[in-house]
Write a protein that binds this ligand. Structure first.
Ligand SMILES: [Zn+2]
Length: 479
């Protein structure tokens, strides 16, 4: 199976925070999980750099837009190294390759694009228009800021032409939205029938010249969302000389978009409509994760409670962060606190998991496993059941449940060692169980602890039933 796995692309008007990191890590875990199953994966992320938001933020800081954007891009890109994110591609929407793909796409949709007069209200923070009927007080419902009134010539996309088809695709799960709650929300919007055609350009003066000019019309730049969504195609080389990745992973693969809950409408309605217009396949899966509150409060600069990726690295190994985030629920808001994070790290990661691995290595140290016949046993079947359950949870994006399932196994194995006093008895039947248990755990935890598991795998050698324990050191996160 071919899988194209993406994160949404963050705006570069500010530094990354825990919310960005969370989405990157979720998608990375899924990409690594698919690779574990030996499926073909292309994993992509990037940065959204063209909007007016970037111009405004740079101006407020008295900075040149290009320099400002380059600097912020770097902060996002550096997360790849810092948190061992296995991106195959990181696309910038100000790149030449992106622009070429956007032009190709615009031309494919040409019949559905027309010039009109726009009158309405806009939130720069959302980079989104609002109808006065949606917001009678003219205040952005998300940012609580006064909306700006826009009145200008714009290009429009015939969104309304495709809404019935989009509704049908979602109803039939051809575009599957996780969780069900979000699918219902989107279907309700579609059934209300209030959506209008989408304005897909802005006056270039308003955008201060920043953005991708509309083909053959330099007075307008393409609306940032219209261009940003196309990153999912241009990152695969769509519109370039070599479209082989696009053909392989988009046209003949399964698409998985990981996004946050405030941008579902863009991904589940506008994006499929755009693709239908261009006669390109729609994405199969949209996975909507929920938000993180910080010690009970919404994260905000005003409150000064923003948690940045670097805050973690000051005191913890990055794998402790991956481990912690993997255990949070995707489909409900959850609360972060340093106390909770630290107790999870000390308790579950160190006391349960790391301790078990070290104990088993200690026991196996002087045993010649060559002498043991590891053919199928009852215990083996039980381990297979764990992995089967794990897979079911992973495929429905309930990563927290997938790993809770393994925490159960870890605790069972720890108890088993205690009850049987295996370090003394070293009975062959027991040695078999813990060895197989260890291998099972190494497999399941690879997506969230890639460095540790690889390090351990390098310390042991497994061939058929042969297991050679070279020498285990403390896992990197165990500092
Ligand atoms: Zn807003």
């Amino acid at each position: 199976m071919r899988n194209f796995i993406t994160t949404s692309i963050p705006y570069v008007n500010d530094s990354p925070h825990i919310g960005h990191l969370y989405e990157f890590i979720l998608a990375d875990i899924f990409a690594r999980y698919k690779r574990l199953l030996e499926e073909d994966v292309f994993f992509q992320s990037g940065t959204d750099e063209n909007g007016m938001k970037m111009v405004k933020s740079a101006e407020e800081k008295g900075r040149n837009v290009k320099e400002f954007v380059d600097e912020k891009f770097k902060e996002f890109y550096e997360l790849k190294e810092k948190f061992n994110l296995s991106f195959d591609k990181f696309i910038r929407t100000t790149s030449k390759e992106h622009k070429e793909g956007v032009y190709k796409f615009w031309n494919l949709c040409k019949e559905d694009i027309y010039v009109g007069e726009y009158k309405g209200y806009y939130c720069i923070s959302c980079e989104s228009y609002y109808e006065p009927t949606e917001v009678p007080d003219l205040i952005c419902p998300i940012h609580k800021k006064k909306l700006e009134k826009f009145e200008e010539k714009n290009y429009f996309f015939k969104l309304t032409k495709y809404l019935n088809k989009v509704k049908e695709l979602i109803e039939k799960d051809k575009i599957k939205i996780y969780p069900e709650e979000k699918k219902i929300e989107i279907l309700n919007i579609l059934r209300e029938g209030k959506l209008k055609d989408l304005s897909i350009s802005r006056d270039i003066k308003r955008s201060k010249g920043w953005g991708i000019p509309v083909p053959k019309d330099n007075s307008q730049v393409i609306y940032v969302w219209f261009d940003a969504l196309l990153n999912y195609l241009t990152g695969l080389g769509f519109g370039s000389k070599d479209e082989s990745l696009f053909k392989k992973f988009w046209e003949r693969g399964l698409v998985y978009h990981f996004i946050g809950k405030d941008i579902v409408k863009f991904h589940a309605i506008y994006w499929p409509a755009m693709l239908l217009s261009a006669k390109i396949k729609v994405p199969e899966n949209i996975i909507v994760h929920y938000h993180i509150t910080i010690e009970g409060e919404k994260m905000s600069k005003t409150l000064g409670n923003v948690v940045s990726p670097d805050d973690f690295l000051a005191n913890y190994h990055y794998e402790a962060v991956r481990f912690y985030l993997a255990h949070q629920p995707l489909f409900s808001d959850w609360d972060f606190s340093w106390q909770n994070f630290d107790s999870f790290y000390q308790g579950v990661l160190k006391k349960d998991l790391a301790n078990l691995i070290l104990r088993i290595f200690g026991i196996l140290k002087n045993i010649d496993l060559d002498e043991i016949d590891f053919d199928k046993t009852k215990e083996d079947l039980e381990f297979q059941r764990y992995f089967k359950k794990f897979k079911n949870y992973m495929e429905s994006f309930e990563f927290n449940l997938a790993y809770q399932n393994y925490l159960d196994l870890i605790r069972k194995l720890n108890q088993f060692i205690d009850h049987k006093k295996i370090w003394e008895s070293k009975q062959e039947e027991h040695i078999k169980v813990i060895t197989k248990g260890l291998l099972e755990i190494l497999k399941a935890y690879e997506p969230i602890l890639p460095e540790t598991i690889n390090l351990i795998k390098n310390k042991i050698e497994i061939k058929d039933s042969k297991f050679i324990n070279k020498k285990i050191t403390f896992p990197p996160f165990y500092k």
